[in-house]
Design a binder for this molecule. Structure first.
Ligand SMILES: [Zn+2]
Length: 304
């Protein structure tokens, strides 16, 4: 029975991460309005990253997907003979069916538009109740000002869009270790509802090396009130990863780091109840589950 339930869970997980496969039929050389798009299966969940694959000639100048006013570029994969890219669905995206736009520019600078619909399904993220010292929850005016300033700084950081894609291939987990705090749950701290959990917490011993989940540039090294010693990487194309509560940081802003590079060590700085890594991902501002990035590893194979 147990085996069957494990098998079923595995099956479900697999189902969830089947990439959205779009097939652009019709010739790019033909009139603009002759492009037809098919979407398989066209369903994603709140907070999920999905892979987009579009068939088209290798000669396109550029191609991107536009969803909710955000731009997600695609790159040509020679191995698969298709354009591929990642789309992040913010955890708070209203469950509904949306129109996405594919915008392709051919070698003659003609622009081809295609629409396809994407259904976003609701996720019940659950609730976590926590007790913390009131000094970490009920903030005085000065601390609150600091926290708001830090929030604004991060927000503007995540809005910056680097045209160059620095990440390549599959993403890696920054530390091994048990998941102690899942993505997305609402938090009730000392009896009061607070902001949701927008990353994953991974349990690891103090001092464990924290690895870059992919190649990028160190966009921020800072001691933040809630997040403690923090590192944020810019992977290009609007994708950022963050590593919080570190005991030690081993990189500095502006450093270029490769996938798997040691950024620092696990700690418990900032608002934390014990040594762990908080790992978060933003995609063009969308708050997405880092594990959904790991789960697409089998599907994409970008040109190096
Ligand atoms: Zn966390």
């Amino acid at each position: 029975m147990k085996f069957i339930s494990i098998l079923f869970r595995y099956f479900l997980k697999f189902l969830i991460f089947i990439p959205v496969l779009l097939i652009l039929t019709g010739k790019f050389a033909s009139p603009k309005n002759h492009i037809r798009v098919e979407s398989l299966p066209g369903v994603v969940k709140q907070g999920e990253v999905c892979l987009i694959s579009v068939l088209g000639p290798a000669s396109l100048k550029s191609i991107y997907v536009e969803f909710q006013g955000l731009r997600f570029p695609l790159a040509f994969s020679e191995q698969n003979g298709s354009y591929e890219g990642l789309i992040g669905i913010d955890m708070n995206t209203q469950p509904s069916t949306y129109e996405m736009k594919i915008v392709a520019t051919d070698e003659g600078s003609d622009i081809h538009l295609s629409n396809l619909s994407l259904k976003v399904e609701k996720v019940d993220f659950g609730i976590q109740k926590l007790s913390l010292p009131s000094s970490m929850v009920d903030l005085d005016r000065k601390t609150l000002e600091r926290v708001n300033k830090e929030e604004r700084r991060l927000k503007s950081l995540f809005r910056a869009f680097r045209e160059e894609r620095l990440w390549r291939g599959a993403f890696v987990r920054p530390v091994e270790g048990e998941l102690s705090g899942a993505f997305g749950f609402s938090r009730i701290i000392n009896g009061q509802r607070r902001s949701p959990h927008t990353g994953v917490d991974l349990l690891a011993e103090e001092g464990t090396p924290v690895l870059a989940c992919n190649s990028g540039i160190v966009a921020l090294v800072e001691l933040l009130f809630f997040s403690g010693k923090s590192v944020i990487l810019d992977h290009g194309w609007g994708l950022y990863s963050m590593y919080f509560h570190l005991s030690e940081v081993l990189v500095k802003e502006g450093d270029r780091v490769g996938k798997g590079a040691i950024l620092g060590r696990v700690g418990s700085t900032g608002r934390s109840t014990g040594p762990h890594l908080h790992w978060g991902i933003r995609m063009s501002g969308a708050r997405v589950d880092p594990f959904s990035l790991l789960n697409i590893r089998a599907h994409h194979n970008f040109r190096e």
